[in-house]
Design a binder for this molecule. Structure first.
Ligand code: DQA
Length: 159
C-alpha cells in the first residue's frame, strides 16, 4: 500500500527549465518534500522520473490496486493513449498533477488524454499541486488501511 509519484518527460529539468512557468524548485527538492510528508504520515512515498514513455507504461503496469498513483506525465498528457490505457488497466486510484495551469497556455495543452483515467486533476499551483495531491492520497490510503483493519476484526469475530 504505497503512494507512487511518477514524473514524466522533461521533468528532470525542473528548477532550470522555464522557471517563470515551472518554478525554481528542483525535482530532487520536490521529491524530498513528498517523501518526508509520507514518512510523517507513516505511508511510504516513492518518486520516480523517466523520459521514456515505455518505461513509464511498465512502471504503471507494476502497480497494485492497493497503491495510489500521483502522475505528472509532462507532454505525454496531451499525446499518450498508452498512458491512459496503462492507468485504466491497473485499476489504481490516480491523480493527475501539473505545475502550470494547462488550460491557460497553448491550445494543445488544454486537452488531457489522461484525465479520464484519473480520480481528478490538480493543475496550476506549482509544486503545491503535488503537495495537495499527496495530502489527498494520504487520506485516501489511511482510510483504506482502516477499512482493511476493520474487515480483519470482523473476520476474527466470525472465526
Ligand atoms: C506540465 C504541463 C505540460 O503541458 C508540459 O508539457 C510539461 C509540464 C506541468 O506540470 O505543468 O512538461 O505537465
Amino acid at each position: 500500500m504505497k503512494i507512487y509519484v511518477f514524473h514524466g518527460v522533461n521533468l528532470n529539468l525542473l528548477g532550470r527549465r522555464e522557471p517563470e512557468i515551472y518554478g525554481r524548485t528542483s525535482l530532487a527538492e520536490l521529491n524530498a518534500r513528498l517523501e518526508a510528508m509520507g514518512r510523517e504520515n507513516g505511508i511510504e512515498v516513492e518518486c520516480r522520473q523517466t523520459n521514456y514513455e515505455g518505461e513509464m507504461v511498465s512502471w504503471i503496469g507494476e502497480l497494485k490496486p492497493s497503491d495510489f498513483l500521483i502522475i505528472n506525465p509532462g507532454a505525454w498528457t496531451h499525446s499518450s493513449y498508452a498512458l491512459y490505457d496503462a492507468i485504466k488497466g491497473v485499476n489504481v486510484p490516480a491523480l493527475e498533477v501539473h505545475l502550470s495551469n494547462i488550460y491557460a497556455r497553448e491550445g494543445f495543452r488544454s486537452r488531457s488524454l489522461i484525465a479520464g483515467a484519473c480520480l481528478g486533476q490538480i493543475s496550476g499551483l506549482g509544486t503545491d499541486s503535488y503537495l495537495l495531491a499527496l495530502a489527498y492520497a494520504l487520506e485516501f490510503q489511511k482510510y483504506r488501511q482502516e477499512k482493511n483493519l476493520q474487515q480483519g476484526v470482523e473476520e476474527n469475530k466470525n472465526s
